[in-house]
Structures are given as C-alpha cells and as structure tokens.
Design a protein around this ligand. Sequence first.
Ligand code: CMC
Length: 428
Amino acid sequence: MSETAKLILEGQEHEVPVVTGTENEKAIDITKLRAQTGYITLDVGYKNTGATTSSITYLDGENGILQYRGYPIEQLADRSSFIEVAYLLIHGELPTQTQLDQFSNTIKMHTLVHEDMKKFFDGYPSKSHPMGQLASMVTALSAYYPESLNPNRPEEDVDLTIVRLLAKMPTLVSWIYKKSVGHPVIYPTNNLDYVSNFMKMTFGHRTEEYSVDPVVVDAMNKLLILHADHEQNCSASTVRIVGSSQANLFASISAGISALWGPLHGGANQAVIEMLENIKQDGGNIQKWMDKAKDKNDPFRLMGFGHRVYKNFAPRAKIIKKSADDVLSKLGVNDPVLDIAKEIERIALEDQYFVDRKLYPNVDFYSGIIYRALGFPTDMFTVLFALGRLPGWISQWKEMREEGQPIGRPRQIFTGETKRDYVSIEQR
Ligand code: CMC
C-alpha cells in the first residue's frame, strides 16, 4: 500500500500521498491540497519545496554527496571530460566511443556564430558586464534560428538546437572577452577539443601559434564538470519556469544566465575575489572582516561561504580546493589573495558563528582563484560558470519538456489592503 501523510485542518483529517525518490527522499505531494481543503502551502524562497521530480542530479547536502545520473562527481571530475559529462546529463547515460565522437563532431560543425552577431558587440559600452552581454547574445540566437520558436517541433530539431547552443557558447564567451580587451576575435579551430578550442579563441592571437597547456585544459575541464549541474538551484529553476511557458531554449537559457548573475548564486565567484582584494587593500586585517560578517547590523557577508543545501564541506569545494593548489603550483603562480583565502578558511572552520550555522567554503570560494591563475579577468568568472552550467540547464529544460510538465505558477498569501474605493486626487 502506498504511503500517505495525514493532515488535520480545522478539525478535519485529510490524507495526502507521499512520494519516495530512488535515494529514499520523501515528499508530501500537496498538488491536490487546495482543491480538497482550500489551503495552499507557504514556503518563501522554496526552502522546503520540491518543484519537480527529476532523474538528473542527486544531491545530499548533509552528507556531502553529488551525483550526475548516478555517477559520483569525484569520479567524473577525475576521469571524464566536460563534453562527455554534457552528453551524460543531456542523454542520461555515458556515451559509447562512437556516440561521444558523433556528439563532439556535431558540436564542432556548429561552432561558428553568424557574422552579423559581431555587430552586436559594437553597441555595448566597453565596460559592459560580460553576463549582460552573454544573456542578450544567447536570446539573440533565437533570431537566427526561428524554427526554435515552435514548441511542437520534432525531437531531432530540438537536439540540433541543443547542439547549436553548446557549440556557439564558447565562441560567444571568448568573443566577449576579446572585445573587452579590444582584440580581434579568433574563429573556432575545429580539430581541437571543446576546452582547447575555447582557450585558443580566448587567449590566442591571430598572428601567433597558440598551444594550450595540458595543465590548463585539465583544470578547465574539472571546473566545467564541477559546475555542470546542481539540481533545482535558482538558475535551473528559472530555466524550468521560463521553459514551462513553452518559451524557446535560447530564451529559457538566457533567463538562467540572468539568474546566475547575482552574487548570492553564480556571481559569488567574482564577489569572492573582489572581497579578497578589498581585504588585502584594507591592510589584510582578516579578523575585522570576519567580525563584519558575523555582525547582524552589517550587510557584509563572507562571500564563498554557506550554501542553501550543503551543510557540510561540499564535495565540489573539496575537489576544487585541491585543484587550485595543483594549478597554482604547476603554473608557478604565487597569489597573495590565496594566503588571505586560506586564513579566512582556517578561522571560519573554527569560529563558533560559522560552525553553528554549518557555513563551509563553497565551490566559488576557490574557483575564482583558479580562473585568475589561468588569466581570466574577474568579471569573466560568472560567464565561465555559465559555460559550465549550460549542459545542466539544457538537461533540466529537456526533462521538463519531455515530461510535459505544466506551466510554473506559484500561489501567494495576500497581505495587502482589502477592497477600498478610489479617491480622487484632490481629496487625498
Ligand atoms: N556570511 C555570514 N553569514 C552567513 C553567510 C555568509 N556567507 N551565509 C549565511 N549566513 C548566516 C545568515 O546570516 C543566517 O544567520 P542567522 O541564522 O543568524 O540569521 C544563517 O547563516 C543562514 O543563512 P541564510 O541566508 O538563511 O541561508 P540561505 O540558505 O538562505 O543562503 C546563501 C544561502 C548561499 C545565499 C548564503 O549562504 C550566502 O549569502 N552566501 C554567500 C554568497 C555565496 O557564496 N553564494 C554562492 C553559493 S555556491 C554557488 C551556487 O551554487 O550558487
């Protein structure tokens, strides 16, 4: 017999179904609650609300577990490539060699961006933030592929749109960087792998040979894999809710990019480095900043610390912390902000405020340090997060679409004025 939960409202007992996931997660299904009782549930910030069932990513924040399609993140970061992980997330299984070759070759055939899109860059002021540029560029792709606007097109067409987006994103990101430094753009080199091609378009020069350091390729692959999906976070939920209105893939992903931009989500990687630099410029008094973070009257928060779902040292943070050490020593980079970061981490892990609230360093505490060592300017960091998150957003959008999920439309409890009569302006 399937499990149910009992709810007593106004003295009357109601039975509601219980849903159990494959990892034994439990949920009370309240879909019919309002129809049966007139009540809705209230959960501001969706802290305890399951917006969907999903078979993509499993995350256990208490025990520090993260798995894509069942595969532990540690194994994927160590042994897989970003493009293989993208296939896994989007198609549900690890590819055979033939499937992987085909996937990666098809992506290589679509890396060029329409030449007219280069003109868009001329319209942006030189200091415009790369995330704003990326969000608008991704939406603009829909103009070049109008067939993507049809929500009822065949699956092969949807797959082609997905491949186009995966293929063009590195080109767009690298061009945003090139424009920001006033250099001519570099076109894709399609005999290179996904990451090497991206690095060449970003850091190569038209007139010089460019070979990508394997240490750099490895670090980038790891970073992109670690960011590839994270179940129903702010940006993934945004992609799903925009997509649920049957908006096209480009528009849905662009909305996800905008959601990622904020410093409480993907923008944290930029905010972390800015914070570390501020602390350094301020004389390096770390305790002063720790005290600020703990002071409820001070809006300052320790960026790169805390997470909505992880209440433990997150698995991604563990992998990336080690990767940061490896990359910096292999590249021979000696970054003073790293010393500040290490000291903050040491203090926070012992400080009662952080211990009581289970605030551990998150992935973005370390990712910026690696991006910086690889030569990326700070305002490009969140764009790199978006590049990594793309296959996750796509798989969330695809799952929502394939399951024919209804349009997302939360309810509210109204707390404003009750009905009152309009008063003419002279009488107010
Ligand atoms: N510095 C100081 N205090 C903090 C911090 C922080 N970074 N994060 C949480 N707290 C305190 C918060 O003030 C609250 O204290 P109290 O219970 O006394 O009121 C308690 O910890 C719980 O915090 P919350 O705001 O209720 O937790 P949340 O789940 O709503 O927020 C968070 C999660 C990630 C937005 C938050 O921890 C934060 O703002 N962190 C800094 C920004 C950051 O690093 N974001 C990147 C997250 S990882 C990338 C991604 O996947 O998006």
